[in-house]
Design a protein. Structure first.
Length: 199
């Protein structure tokens, strides 16, 4: 009796393996990448209510998504703090110093999405920001151009958006700079970048 069941069991196992293979192919993930060469990452703050703007000259963005589209994907961003430039050498030196970015100890910041949801024609990515040795939740808002179900098939798209970061949550601006009345707590980030798939 057992000998007669073996071919049936074998066929069932084979069918399961074939189904898994087909499902794996259907869920193929494509990764789109960009950097300072294809876009810009801008930050702005205020000192004694006087605003200033700067840019990061070195950063990378990776957006990997399956055929399901943007909300099924994951995003990872890396930023080199030593590339911060506000067109003010004295301020830049302070920003890269121990009280703010402490680039000698923490040369890089990273952000990874944990979930992505659609809000109308825009998206909200909830993720975790690792900045100056502190990890905390951080949301990022963005839009994609073009947008739609065939986004993955196009091979490239533009991503534009921003975030509001509370610097004191990440120990950015310590000592005399910790007073939000002196240095504004909120730092605004904005970006616009072209992401291209890498086969």
């Amino acid at each position: 009796m057992e000998m007669r069941m073996l071919p049936t069991v074998g066929a069932s196992v084979l069918a399961v393996l074939m189904l898994a293979a087909v499902s794996g192919a259907a869920a193929e993930v494509k990764c789109f990448r960009g950097s300072q060469d294809t876009g810009e990452l801008v930050f702005s703050g205020a000192v004694e209510e006087t605003g200033f703007t700067g840019r990061f000259g070195q950063f990378s963005v990776e957006y990997c998504m399956p055929d399901g589209g943007p909300t099924d994907g994951r995003i990872e961003v890396r930023v080199q703090f030593s590339s911060a430039d506000t067109d003010n050498p004295e301020r830049d030196e302070t920003l890269k110093g121990e009280a703010f970015f402490a680039v000698d100890q923490y040369p890089e910041a990273s952000w990874k999405s944990q979930s992505i949801s659609a809000e109308g024609e825009a998206y909200v990515a909830d993720g975790e920001l690792d900045l100056k040795g502190v990890r905390a939740s951080q949301a990022v808002n963005f839009t994609l151009t073009p947008n739609g179900d065939d986004l993955v098939a196009r091979g490239e798209f533009n991503m534009r958006g921003g975030a509001e970061v509370e610097r004191l949550r990440f120990d950015v601006g310590t000592g005399e700079f910790s007073d939000p009345g002196f240095v504004r707590n909120r730092v605004d980030l904005s970006f616009e970048i072209r992401l291209v798939v890498e086969d």
